[in-house]
Design a protein around this ligand. Structure first.
Ligand SMILES: NC(=O)c1ccc[n+]([C@@H]2O[C@H](COP(=O)([O-])OP(=O)(O)OC[C@H]3O[C@@H](n4cnc5c(N)ncnc54)[C@H](OP(=O)(O)O)[C@@H]3O)[C@@H](O)[C@H]2O)c1
Length: 238
């Protein structure tokens, strides 16, 4: 059955890959992000039936206007985050922490809140955390905390909003523009080093996560879970 799915963060990376995956499966997608040009490029990449709108998920006012303009829909996916946030705790700046908390945790929760009046009564919500919340990796304290909070919130929301379903995906290391805070060479080196260390011997692709999000959107009997998609990053193979 063709359903209408709103993807906030659907103009790049995992969100755009999710939109393409769901569209191919016959659904109607509405993609949203802050940047008008990125939105236009995303719509060009998607089929003609895709809709798109500019919104900043950090603004409750913009979100209210956005959902009023979108109208009724079946499923919400939120993939937004600011770029960066990794580094030793000794170097963490107060402002970085604010940007991360506002741009990820607050944006996810505000998007859920604003979606409620027009989201189908037995529809679904899928949020995106990160596997940093499930492991202990030096230099990721702020990322782990914020992503862990998103995933914890998704379970509480699953209880609160039932019979709507609420789930999270928890990606590992995925090759998207999210990594553009690292200069090209450092980024290539980190990708190669990470791929070699992973049991599945490659970093993730946006499509790997899109596939998992699509499962959570479409599977009518799954709620309150975090689905980890990390290429085995938590395993010890030695
Ligand atoms: N890439 C990784 O290795 C990785 C690993 C673990 C978890 N994650 C998580 O996975 C999620 C998706 O990441 P990604 O790699 O797909 O990132 P991405 O390629 O940077 O895409 C992020 C998308 O969100 C939009 N966005 C960001 N802030 C927004 C805001 N305030 N309001 C509306 N739209 C906003 C961006 O468009 P605009 O900039 O135009 O707004 C873009 O469409 C994030 O939550 C990230 O924390 C990523």
């Amino acid at each position: 059955m063709s359903e209408r799915i709103v993807i906030i963060g659907g103009t790049a990376g995992m969100g755009l890959a999710t939109a393409a995956h769901l569209e191919k499966a016959g659904h109607r997608v509405v993609v949203a992000g802050r940047d008008e040009q990125r939105l236009a490029a995303a719509l060009e990449r998607l089929g003609g039936s895709a809709e798109g709108r500019v919104v900043d998920a950090g603004s409750a006012e913009q979100l209210a206007e956005f959902f009023a303009a979108v109208g009724e829909f079946d499923h919400l996916v939120v993939t937004v985050a600011p770029h960066g946030g990794a580094g030793p705790i000794a170097e963490l700046e107060r402002e970085q922490l604010r940007v991360l908390t506002d741009g990820k945790l607050a944006a996810h929760l505000l998007a859920v809140q604003a979606a409620l009046p027009t989201l189908r009564a037995d529809g679904s919500i899928t949020l995106v955390g990160a596997v940093t919340a499930h492991v202990g990796v030096a230099g990721t304290a702020a990322l782990a905390a914020v992503n862990g909070a998103v995933e914890a919130a998704s379970r509480a929301l699953a209880a609160e909003l039932a019979p709507r379903r609420v789930n999270a995906v928890s990606p590992g290391f995925v090759d998207t523009d999210w990594w553009d805070w690292l200069p090209g060479e450092a980024r290539d080196g980190l990708f190669a080093q990470t791929a070699a260390a992973l049991p599945l011997k490659r970093v993730g692709r946006a499509e790997d996560v899109a596939h998992a999000i699509a499962f959570l959107v479409e599977n009518a009997y799954t709620t309150g879970i975090s689905l980890i998609v990390d290429g085995g990053a938590r395993l010890q193979t030695g």
